[in-house]
Design a protein around this ligand. Structure first.
Ligand code: ZN
Length: 595
């Protein structure tokens, strides 16, 4: 497959209506030349999200996301760049032309295509072996014993790996694949004697696919107790990353969209049993906790996820991490409390099990409430030490919720159960809240030029905010901006700021055009700067003052560095320079409107 030509890329961007595309995810209102609305990437009550219909860019002043219409589709649909372009081309009736790519990229793509083919053929071989071979009889019996019918097993391509040492190796080589290729997708491995052999032997094989149904790797379940690990997965390869895998997502995605939720379970057979019982929005995470990567992948598809995991045994830390990712992505995580020692597959095999499972889904608790309840249930409230431990455990959980009504309710509940004042519990919650201000500097107090809106991505330092303010003014007044861009260097700017400044130097008049597609951060910041440049007044005075203040920070860095080296002479010279600069700042003209 060749690259989409730059020309058709531009035509897709021309044809696409970013307001329409974004409107499918949030309501937008017109505000002058732009549109604003609630951010579809983070949870908020007042709109921080801006869309520029002319440049076809979006930016959120709350969480910092931003980019062009293609980036938006990539993020919201959870697809890659090429696929996002194809989706938009389809929707807006643009025919894509392809062009030859550079030979190295072509070779990489060709290799990838071959490896996909190898995995696909191997999956077909295993599936066939499950149904056709005598050896797999015990596997068929085992699966039937778990209540799994042939239809669902075939649908998911479940297979069987023969016990011989080299079936896949031999067949793969016959089909023209090299041993190296088989090793790199995790089908073969090298033994101590130096020879290669099949990684999966005498195991039930579950092919693991991506959203588009391409096989990425396998999970293999042992048939004998003395066979080593009960489950063996493909080792981490270039395209198999266990922490990102959602087993069954290719089969589940339509049902997830329809149901408006995803049900997350632990194992392969849980997923199969649920699909068989009509709970087709089920996917597997292969562990007792959902990882942040998996939360992120699901957040592009759905806003509610019900965990039917053994949440009791999941690491509290792991769940907290997942919760934080979910909270930042407008996603609700709920927990369906499975009866102790029973997994969904077992429940489905019972009389009335499907109904009981559905009832558990409907009654699922918010993850945070579930975790708090779990801690409280385990606490001996007659012991002050125990009560203190419980408070220490629930405080970070509550802190992760942000300021919500349900958190207030939970705080009251915790206070009541632990016999404490709600204000004291709240104090601990606030203390457990991760700092959001970043490395705040002591601001050179008064008389500052306006630093744009108060709603800023929390991760930016005040120095970076100043840098953005100045760069936005360079966009607003390009003729004057050119002089400042020439004066700014790596001693003034953050690494991101430096890249952005370089881009602006090269594209002073039209920075939003032809942004590189492999640099989402650059596109995001440019979008932000464009929107800022329209909203905020830019003036010669404000630019000069912002520059002088950045220059002061540069001097302070150099003074500190000289001190660390023990170069006191240089430090003294720099300090004099700083004194002169501070004097200039004090007498600099203030932009209209600043204090
Ligand atoms: Zn946002």
């Amino acid at each position: 497959m060749a690259l989409i030509s730059g020309e058709s890329l531009e035509r897709v961007k021309q044809a696409a209506d970013i307001v329409e595309v974004v409107s499918a995810h949030t309501d937008l209102r017109r505000q002058g030349a732009r549109y604003t609305g609630l951010c579809p990437f983070h949870d908020e009550r007042t709109p921080s999200f801006s869309v520029e219909p002319q440049e076809k860019l979006y930016h959120c002043f709350g969480c910092g996301v931003g980019g062009d219409v293609i980036k938006f589709v990539e993020e919201k649909e959870g697809v890659g760049f090429a696929e996002a372009v194809e989706l938009l081309a389809d929707r807006y009736g643009v025919e894509l032309e392809r062009e030859q790519e550079d030979p190295q990229a072509e070779r990489r793509r060709e290799r990838r295509r071959r490896l996909e083919q190898l995995l696909d053929r191997s999956a077909a071989y295993y599936a066939n072996y499950l149904w056709e071979s005598e050896e797999a009889g015990k596997a068929r019996d085992y699966l039937a014993g778990r209540g799994l019918r042939e239809e669902v097993l075939r649908d998911f391509g479940v297979g069987y790996a023969p016990s011989a040492w080299d079936k896949i190796l031999v067949r793969g080589q016959q089909a023209g694949f090299s041993v190296e290729e088989m090793r790199s997708v995790g089908l073969a491995q090298r033994g101590r004697s130096g020879g290669d052999y099949d990684r999966f032997r005498e195991r039930i094989m579950f092919p693991i696919r991506d959203r588009r149904g391409r096989v990425l790797g396998f999970g293999g379940r042992a048939m004998r107790a003395d066979q080593g690990a009960k489950y063996v997965n493909t080792a981490e390869t270039d395209f198999f990353h266990k922490s990102q895998i959602l087993y069954g997502v290719d089969r589940a995605k339509a049902a997830i969209a329809k149901a408006g939720r995803a049900v997350v379970v632990e194992g392969y057979t849980d997923v199969l049993a649920l699909h068989q019982a009509g709970v087709e929005e089920a996917v597997g995470v292969m562990g007792t906790a959902i990882t942040p990567d998996q939360v992120a992948a699901l957040s592009g598809m759905v806003e509610e996820v019900v965990l039917a995991l053994d949440a009791d045994s999941a690491g509290q830390e792991a769940m907290l991490r997942a919760q934080r990712v979910a909270a930042g992505r407008r996603m609700r995580l709920r927990v369906a409390a499975m009866p102790a020692g029973e997994d969904p597959a077992e429940m489905m095999a019972e009389e009335g099990g499907a109904e009981r499972f559905r009832a558990l889904l409907e009654g699922a608790d918010e993850l945070t409430a579930f975790q708090v309840r779990l801690v409280l249930e385990r606490t001996d409230t007659s012991s002050p030490v125990e009560r203190d431990r419980a408070l220490a455990e629930v405080a970070p959980v509550l802190a992760g919720m942000g300021e919500t009504v349900s958190r207030e309710e939970l705080v009251r509940k915790v206070a009541e159960q632990l016999d404490l004042e709600p204000a004291m519990v709240m104090g601990r919650v606030v203390a457990a809240t991760p700092a959001t201000g970043g490395r705040e500097e002591a601001a050179p107090e008064r008389r500052e030029p306006p630093q744009q809106q108060p709603r800023r991505p929390a991760e930016l330092t005040s120095r970076e905010r100043r840098e953005r303010a100045l760069l936005a003014m360079c966009v607003a007044i390009p003729t004057e901006g050119r002089q400042y861009l020439a004066r700014l260097n790596e001693a003034h700017l953050s690494p991101t700021g430096l890249r952005v400044a370089a881009w602006l130097r090269e594209h002073p008049e039209d920075p939003a055009s032809n942004l590189p597609h492999d640099d989402g951060e650059l596109a995001g910041v440019i979008a932000e700067l464009l929107i800022m440049s329209r909203e905020e007044p830019a003036s010669h005075e404000a630019m000069e003052l912002n520059f002088l203040l950045l220059d002061q920070r540069r001097l302070e860095d150099e003074i500190a560095a000289a001190g660390e080296r023990g170069d006191y002479e240089r430090r003294a010279a720099l300090s004099r320079e700083r004194a002169a600069l501070v004097e200039r700042i004090a007498h600099a003209e203030r932009p209209a409107g600043s204090l």
